[in-house]
Write a protein that binds this ligand. Sequence first.
Ligand SMILES: [Zn+2]
Length: 386
Amino acid sequence: MLIKKTYKFRIYPNKNQVELLAKHFGSTRFVWNYFLTERKQSYLESKKSLTFYDNSQALTVLKKVDEFNWLKKVNSQSLQASLKDLDTAYGRFFKKSAMFPKFKKKGFCADSFRCPQSVKIVDGKMQIPKFKPIKLNVHREVEDKILFVTISKTSTNKYFVAITCEVENNPLPEVNKAIGIDLGIKNFAVCSDGTIFENIKTTKKYAKKLMYEQRQLSKKQKGSNNRAKQRKQVALIHEKIRNVRVDNIHKFTTQIVKTNDIIAIENLNVRGMIKNHNLAKVIADASWYETTRQLAYKSGWNSRKLVKIDRFFPSSKTCNMCNFINQNLTLKDREWICPNCKTVLDRDLNASKNILKQGLNIISGCGTQSEIKQKRNEASGFKQSL
Ligand SMILES: [Zn+2]
């Protein structure tokens, strides 16, 4: 089975290369914003939707205009890739799987560009069109066929390349095991087999430091040098937290996929939750999103089945022994006794067992969406009208 894998390496551009990279970030961003405006205007004025092909032709013309000839200084394939990305963003919007494409601002995660062709890694250096070889920190061999690379700059002024390759993949052997996972705040995850994955302590340590540095930032005068310095300090801690967190999630998801054929998790409404401003919650929400993302692609690579449970399924309130639904359970109750069968239930372990049960039901076709709806209604005290 051929799969796509992405490896990320830090790159160390010299001064000239930094300048040329900045031109690439700027020009690809310009192309995105320019053609986003074009597309919007065309639709407003004539109800005509421009295509990638329309944009691509217009770009060729634009480059010949004196005012825009600086676009010739960057790799034309990267500009085309920016148009392709815009087209994809439109496609996602029309399919209702994403918001309407936004304008890109300098900084704000938009300092990146794609290089779709003619990329090579030779002697620890990366070769891409328009650039002299850029020093690269290769911590693993890339022997596979490179499809494209994305070069990015972080808010802490580090440069990275993400190399996407086509790789021959051998799926893991079957193990005949199924697991339910309850992702939480108190613990990172509690599994139906009783395994508990704790939150990593480093994150907590950094979270404290982050709160301190953010307070310092709020005291600095707007527009001052000190404020800029402090902002970088805050960005550095954010970066550290993210790295530790993602690394930990990789260990977790790899282990889960290795040791189970069926994996059941709750389908959480992450977009809605991220609006919360409590820091621990924000980190947990971001982790949920990343964990689900990793489980999905790692399951795909290894022919594992990942089942997502409706987020309204009352996994915490249902007794996994007798299916009694406890309406009185509050968020504070870490442990409860089922009023019906008298079993002592640990909140998270009980939830993970219910998630597994529901996952297996869905796979075997018993747990239909209407059953979930009925359970949800029972949990919230409704009576079904039919
Ligand atoms: Zn019970």
